[in-house]
Design a protein around this ligand. Structure first.
Ligand code: 16G
Ligand code: ZN
Length: 532
């Protein structure tokens, strides 16, 4: 039953009446102080979404990823473990900004009418949260909303974001030919670790991988995962796993720190030959790094992971004799020019460029038989189309080499979390490839050399006047600005620069790359001046 008076009467008042909420690229995200009212409404939206989809289970994840510890956020997960369908983001925003019980009920009724929702359909929602101190309170607010909306719900407790995506898909596919796995944390570990063991069978183990967990949820979960795999097969050293001391989450560590600062976290003593990686606060991003003999820091970011995965899978498909399966890669404008060049010119794979944000990459990747997508910041995964999965599953080997390639491909389809980017799964993917090849980070890094690049944040009075086209690579407004940028870029060898409004911060981002560090910095600075 659906009782709008319960929704109206239990409403949680806005913490700050003037605050305007937007469901953006990463759901709602802000200081945790203003999110209680939002959780209540997100719960109602999740219930409506479930009813709309005949009672399919919808996921709610409470996290603010790499943001500071005092922030929090929430996003919805659709039945196949994907991000909330874009057309529903506007409802999320409208609900969140409804200031009193009557206006809230009005928005709810609009959503019901516009989507012809049968309110008698049961609603099923599962939820989970990260290690932030604000989570327990926000979970209570969410639960009040779920109760008011009459939803059936399950609290899955502390989870990484990609684990929740995995659980949603498992629950909704259970008992079908498409069953994704056991809908438990245990099932997640078992699926990933058995796939990893199958992928590296017969190969000597690599040296220990040091994993910076950003003092977040990835730490206990990675520890738990290692219990499911022998240290003869995989050796990881968990670093930055303090999830109880206040203020430690993402502080001077984690994937975002490493990518933006282009250096290792000070808490890690890294010497030549060490293999390291960093997760972000909710363990959906990963970047790898090492230092050379002369002490130079080398980052292996999302672009490098995409290159490695595309190379490995394309070669396996060849070896397996099933090269009707075509591999493609999806990037954003932030991909280093050298990586795009490597993919298109060396690997000869098609590359598409889309707007920033996982949902854009994910949908584009679905167009390929095997779609590899990564943002430079380390968020990404690999999608296998239903046809590709079927070909791999039914392929018959004529030689032992073919058999080996088919087995490895099949293992990868289980190893890779196909719902969303997943630091634990991506870590295992990279380790499986490097183990297979017996490659060091240096060997992986040799594929291409990044062009020097710089990302500058410019605070402007109104970022909304910056409108882009061509997957954010060109400005259409303010009029004339793109022509000025083009004129500047033309003066630099291998120059490239673009400007876009951030979707998560009140600022404009300027990206620049060029042949040398000095040219890059100069270009970034000059473009930033044009914007300001
Ligand atoms: C969000 C996106 C991330 C993107 C970032 C860009 C998801 C789950 N997350 O964190 O993919 O790289 O926004 O932020 O889509 P920006 O718009 O502030 O540059
Ligand atoms: Zn994240």
């Amino acid at each position: 039953t659906f009782d709008t008076s319960a929704i109206k009467n239990n409403i949680i008042a806005h913490e700050k009446s003037e605050f305007v909420y937007t469901y953006g690229t990463a759901g709602f995200r802000s200081n945790a102080d203003v999110l209680g009212s939002v959780m209540y409404k997100v719960a109602i939206l999740a219930a409506l979404r479930s009813k709309k989809l005949n009672g399919a289970t919808i996921g709610v994840m409470i996290t603010a990823s790499h943001n500071p510890e005092e922030d929090n956020g929430v996003k919805l997960v659709d039945p196949r473990g994907e991000m909330l369908e874009q057309s529903w983001e506007v409802y999320a925003t409208k609900l969140a900004n409804a200031k009193d019980g009557d206006s809230l009920v009005q928005v709810v009724q609009d959503v019901i009418a516009q989507n012809k929702i049968d309110v008698e359909t049961p609603a099923n929602v599962i939820y989970a949260y990260d290690t932030r101190p604000s989570c327990p309170h926000l979970v209570k607010c969410l639960e009040l909303g779920l109760k008011a909306a009459g939803a059936q719900s399950t609290n899955f407790g502390l989870k990484t974001t990609p684990m929740l995506h995995y659980l949603v898909r498992c629950i909704n596919t259970a008992g079908t030919s498409d069953a994704y796995g056991e809908p438990t944390e245990e099932g997640y570990y078992t699926k990933l670790t058995s796939a990893f063991s199958a992928a590296v069978k017969g190969k000597p183990r690599l040296s220990t991988l040091h994993v910076d967990c950003a003092n977040g949820v990835g730490a206990p979960k990675l520890r738990e995962m290692t219990k499911h795999i022998s240290s003869d097969v995989l050796s990881v050293d968990v670093v930055n796993e303090d999830i109880t001391t206040l203020g430690q989450l993402n502080k001077n560590c984690g994937a975002d720190y490493v990518k933006t600062q282009q250096r290792a976290p000070p808490s890690i003593s890294i010497k030549a030959g060490d293999r390291c990686c960093s997760f972000d606060g909710d363990a959906d991003r990963i970047v790898f790094y090492y230092v050379t003999e002369d002490g130079t820091f080398r980052l292996l970011d999302g672009d490098k992971i995409a290159g490695l995965a595309a190379l490995f899978i394309a070669e396996l498909v060849q070896e397996a004799g099933i090269d009707s399966i075509k591999v493609g890669v999806v990037q954003t404008a932030y991909a280093n020019g050298s990586s795009t060049n490597y993919l298109t010119k060396v690997l000869n794979v098609p590359v598409s460029c889309v707007s920033t944000g996982v949902k854009h990459l994910h949908h584009e990747a679905e167009k390929y038989d095997v779609g590899v997508y990564f943002e430079a910041n380390g968020h990404g995964t690999v999608l296998f189309s239903p046809d590709a999965l079927n070909i791999i599953k039914t392929a018959e080997a004529k030689t032992p080499a073919q058999k080996q390639a088919i087995t490895q491909l099949a293992a990868l389809t289980d190893l890779i979390n196909q719902t969303v980017g997943d630091a634990i799964s991506d870590m295992l993917l990279v380790e499986a490839i490097l183990t297979s090849r017996q490659w060091s980070f240096e060997e992986w890094d040799q594929a291409y050399t990044d062009l020097p690049n710089r990302l500058v944040k410019v605070v402007v009075s109104d970022r909304h006047i910056f409108k882009t086209t061509n997957a954010e690579r060109q400005l259409v407004e303010p009029a004339g600005l793109q022509a000025e940028i083009d004129a500047l870029v033309a003066k630099y060898s291998n120059g490239r620069s673009f400007v876009r409004a951030s979707g998560t911060e009140d600022a404009v981002r300027v990206y620049a790359e060029a042949a040398t560090r000095a040219e890059t910095d100069d270009l970034a600075f000059k473009v930033a001046q044009l914007v300001y």
